[in-house]
Write a protein of this length. Sequence first.
Length: 397
Amino acid sequence: MAPKKKRIKLFIIILFFLVYFLIAARPIPRETILSFNWLTTLPSGTIRVDFPVPHDAPEAEFNNTIVSGRLLPFILDSSFGYIDFSGNYALNQIRTDDIYLSPKMWTKYNAEPANIEINNIVENTIITIENARGYPVLLDDRIFILGSDQNSLSEIDSNGNIKWTYEFGAPLTSIDAAAGLVLTGSLDGVIEVFNSSGERIFYFETGGSRYSVILGVAISRDGSHIGVICGIDPQRFLLFERFGESGDDYKVVHHEFLDTGFRHPVRILFIDEDRRIVFEREGGISCYSIRSRRGMFIPLDGQIVAIDESGDKGFFFLITAHPNQQKKLIGIKFPHDRLFGASRTAALDSIFMKASFKSDDVFLGRTRTEGSRNLDYGSMLIIGGGNILISFNIEEK
């Protein structure tokens, strides 16, 4: 009987460890990393890079031929232009005047522009606006002129003529455009939405603060949501959602007080295919999930000086400025919607990387990596400082 008892005892021990292994074992989580891709040098400037860039890193070569992928507009130090995900320039020029770049058009102008030339990405003039009497604004593949007193807005057609003009009751402080709509915010705390014909289809007075002023606006790519940062003492975040069969009626679906607030324009934008809206606030950045109707605040040190405008796949990046020209690249991976606002710990845990570098000027952008092994993540990260642009692939290992 003794051998039989030993076999039973051994069987129980093995069974115990097997059950423990099945219950207690957890898969090793995949880690998000940035892997170096390429770097390229612009005509001037200096930068000290603390990223893990190999000493023998290959430098992308200048090439006037667009290799592949969506072009990314950049402004850095005294240079501006367009670059693709392979590190090849479609345009690379020295900046001498003010510049306005969009994904498909760009223009340069001085303090009192007369005639304004709108150029495509290969430096061909496509539209000339004579006697502009204002400043160019390029949004949603459309051309606008903001009046010299900032209290009028005109859209320009493909022949350089005025398509429509609207006069506002106070100077404009912010503007955005998407889905054929134009969203404006003004010094008197009013937001207005216009259709493609320049007809006003929505008007709202934010009120509720000691000083009524619009500090930032954003409209989602499908035009279904509007985000607004408004007021001083107190400052607030408002989220509007479109209702009604006509599609021209917006209602407030979320309201949030923002403590002390800012006295300057505030970055606010929809990211991750309109799934989330992010905005800077005192001491950090906030993100609000459209689907779960929950928000989270991520505390940060320093001043936000550059921000990721795509936020693809829930990965979001920004750059903060610190004393002595010190900069920090911060990577954020937003948790599942059900965990939004769960705790301060969850917000802090969403920061998966920090990297320091030193530069007086910075650039941050993301572009599609079409045809690459990183297509699942949808983009690569391009960081600039001084006279260098550096590309990293976003990967999980």
